[in-house]
Design a protein around this ligand. Structure first.
Ligand SMILES: Cc1cc2nc3c(=O)[nH]c(=O)nc-3n(C[C@H](O)[C@H](O)[C@H](O)COP(=O)(O)OP(=O)(O)OC[C@H]3O[C@@H](n4cnc5c(N)ncnc54)[C@H](O)[C@@H]3O)c2cc1C
Length: 379
């Protein structure tokens, strides 16, 4: 049976996230964007009221919510600022491989850490020469008795500057491609691990993005998350679970673009009438609404699949690709509705356009999503 109604719990969760966004995120979003500053106090406040790490299972002390609830929160936070939302929700990218591949001890320790304190964690596959081509990563691990030693470089890592631990993908030998990849949980204070330059980004500037250098970093066997040959699969399965959330963020960003555009279209007059009375402006508003509705339905279906044990990477990728591309198109249209005012920082829509762009890049570019989708069509 198909049921599009929201439960009372869902409505209450949305209201909590919406109020938090209105009171804590919207007032500081422009300043955090301008100064490229992640508001740690806002992260802590979100954690206090249960908006962070919602999918940690009850048995590890979490609230045991599903991917749908996670996505509903993300949509609301992204309405306020996609950069702040990305940093608040990025723990999901680090905790998902632990949920999927970790043993009981690892889950107790690391999921428990996220439950006990408002800390951040990062997920690291990307490297200077391996972004889309995850199987091409070059960070190496070698086994020394009961320990592993990691050496290499990661880049573009969300929250790297603040993370308490990292899920790091490394290979025994780059020539083995996906067959050589393993995954490790690495504590931040491990000798040899150094966080590098923070990126000065076009958009989502409130979100921290930095490099990680690994110089003979000794990792105990207890922190091996996926053995050689299993790391690549774990990385792909993680993306399958987290991509719907990118679509949820895209939905929040687009809803903001539409609300701002509709309000402006009622006020701004040209040729003696509000611009909202011009049919070509109406068409842009209608297109925004079409994309919002499409993306919202897609992320909900993809999240429902995950919560109900239906393995369907195609829908996750369709949600991500459609959502990201729609967000970019919608933010560009919002700037167009505002005319010259859309092009300056006194108005909120130029930030939406800058923030939207990375949705087409991180967690698999829009091109890579199409490859995933086509592969399944042709399988
Ligand atoms: C703000 C930000 C945050 C990020 N956070 C994280 C993070 O937390 N952890 C992490 O591991 N990574 C993270 N990333 C990295 C991100 O996942 C990569 O940037 C992304 O996967 C693309 O890789 P690349 O930048 O190396 O581009 P490339 O792989 O070099 O791609 C360049 C272009 O070529 C296209 N392309 C590549 N291969 C193909 C192909 N086979 N067919 C068609 N087109 C192709 C791409 O679509 C793209 O348009 C982040 C990136 C950014 C910008």
């Amino acid at each position: 049976m198909v049921d599009f109604s929201m439960s009372e719990e869902h409505k209450s969760l949305i209201e909590t996230a919406r109020r938090f966004t209105r009171e804590r995120i919207i007032p500081i979003a422009a300043e955090c964007d301008r100064d490229s500053k992640f508001p740690m106090d806002v992260f802590k406040a979100a954690w206090e009221i249960g908006l962070v790490n919602p999918c940690i299972p009850d048995e590890y002390g979490g609230s045991g919510m599903g991917e749908l609830e996670n996505a509903l929160i993300t949509e609301q936070l992204a309405y306020g600022c996609a950069g702040i939302q990305t940093s608040i929700t990025a723990n999901q990218l680090a905790l998902t491989p632990i949920k999927l591949g970790g043993n009981d001890e690892q889950k107790k320790k690391y999921l428990g850490m996220l439950v006990a304190e408002p800390v951040l964690a990062s997920y690291a596959t990307s490297e200077p020469d391996a972004g889309s081509d995850v199987a091409g990563l070059k960070t190496r691990f070698t086994q020394h008795g009961d320990d592993y030693v990691l050496s290499g470089q990661k880049c573009w890592i969300t929250n790297a500057s603040f993370a308490s631990f990292y899920v790091i993908f490394a290979t025994k030998d780059p020539a083995l491609k996906h067959k050589g990849i393993a995954a490790f949980i690495v504590d931040r204070d491990t000798p040899g691990l150094r966080v590098g330059k923070k990126e000065d980004k076009l958009g989502q500037r409130a979100s921290d993005t930095a490099q990680i250098f690994l110089d003979d970093v000794k990792v105990p066997k207890a922190n091996l998350l996926a053995p050689e040959g299993q790391g690549f699969k774990l990385a792909m399965e993680t993306f399958n679970q987290t991509r719907p959330d990118i679509a949820a963020g895209a939905t929040g960003l687009m809803q903001r673009a539409l609300d701002e555009s509709a309000a402006y279209a009622k006020e701004r007059k040209t040729f003696g009438v509000p611009i909202g009375q011009h049919q070509l402006v109406q068409a842009m508003l209608a297109e925004m609404a079409i994309r919002i509705e499409g993306t919202r339905l897609l992320y909900m279906k993809a999240a429902w699949n995950l919560d109900n044990g239906v393995r369907d990477p195609m829908t996750s990728s369709i949600a991500k690709a459609y959502g990201a591309d729609s967000a970019m198109a919608t933010a560009v249209d919002a700037v167009q509705v505002f005319g010259g005012n859309g092009y300056v920082k006194e108005y909120p829509v130029e930030k939406l356009m800058r923030d939207a762009k990375v949705l087409q890049i991180y967690e698999g570019t829009s091109q890579i999503q199409r490859l995933v989708i086509a592969r399944q069509i042709l399988a």
